[in-house]
Design a protein around this ligand. Structure first.
Ligand code: ADP
Ligand code: ADP
Length: 226
């Protein structure tokens, strides 16, 4: 599904690379966690995969294989949800927000209703269609941001610290939603340093340090806690 080969990236005017020779692959349906201390390069890795870093210098390869009918182009087939997911919400109501992406991708109007319904169901927000976004909790907004990405039919989802802004109950709801997404076949790449809530979900860990993957494991990396 995703193959990253010897990827390096320097932010403009930075001497130390944020990514230094990163290679790994993710199989379809897998849930992989990129972990490591703050500043090790997790967010930068997700941003380069989604091709959102236009300045700076990038070398190496990112190869993405996905069924042609799922995406108009490779990078459109990748959905990204930022740590502060609220900032990626653009519209006033839930239905408008979830319709925004497919409308921009010129999905035929008669298909949009179905996309809204399916995406909201996937994040347990059925019935919220007409809700004003301002009147939603942080957890609901985070799930809405996921729904507006799902409505564009991605097959790879990148999530940057999906629970860091949430309290206990919304955290649990979010992890449950991610579990359902995995069961329904989505491929997930999660950047996270607080691993405990995700233990059931994660198939494989990539431990990063100073822009490099220093270990791959099926178990929580032992010498990495917090
Ligand atoms: P996190 O550890 O939660 O990913 P960071 O503290 O690394 O957060 O970064 C928070 C924000 O600040 C990000 O948007 C990141 O791109 C930006 N940022 C981090 N380090 C720098 C830096 N040295 N110069 C400019 N922006 C930075
Ligand atoms: P993490 O997500 O693991 O906290 P980041 O990818 O945010 O790590 O950061 C990796 C490195 O790149 C850090 O040294 C950080 O300070 C630096 N960095 C992040 N964003 C920027 C930016 N916009 N400009 C310059 N340096 C940055």
């Amino acid at each position: 599904m995703l193959q990253v080969n010897d990827l390096s990236y320097n932010y403009p005017d930075e001497h130390t690379p944020a990514l230094a020779g990163v290679s790994f692959s993710v199989r379809a349906g897998e849930c992989v966690c990129v972990t490591g201390h703050s500043g090790c390069g997790k967010s930068t890795l997700l941003l380069t995969i989604k091709a959102l870093l236009h300045d700076g210098s990038l070398t190496g390869g990112i190869q993405i294989d996905m069924p042609g009918d799922l995406a108009t182009s490779h990078r459109d087939g990748i959905g990204i949800v930022f740590q502060n997911a609220e900032t990626q919400i653009l519209c006033a109501t839930v239905a408008e927000e979830v319709a925004f992406g497919p409308e921009n991708l010129c999905v035929p109007a008669e298909q949009i209703g179905g996309r809204i319904e399916r995406s909201l169901a996937a994040v347990q927000l059925t019935g919220f269609e007409q809700r004003n976004v301002e009147r939603m909790s942080a957890g609901q907004k985070h799930r809405l941001a996921i729904a507006s990405v799902l409505s564009m039919n991605p097959c790879l989802l990148l999530l940057d610290e999906p629970t860091s802004q949430l309290d206990g109950a919304s955290k649990a709801e979010l992890v449950q939603v991610l579990g359902e997404l995995k069961r329904s076949g989505y491929t997930l790449l999660i950047a996270e340093h607080n691993l405990e809530p995700f233990a059931e979900l994660i198939d494989r860990y990539l431990l990063m340090e100073k822009g490099k993957i220093i270990r791959e494991s099926r178990q929580v990396p032992v010498d990495f806690t917090k």
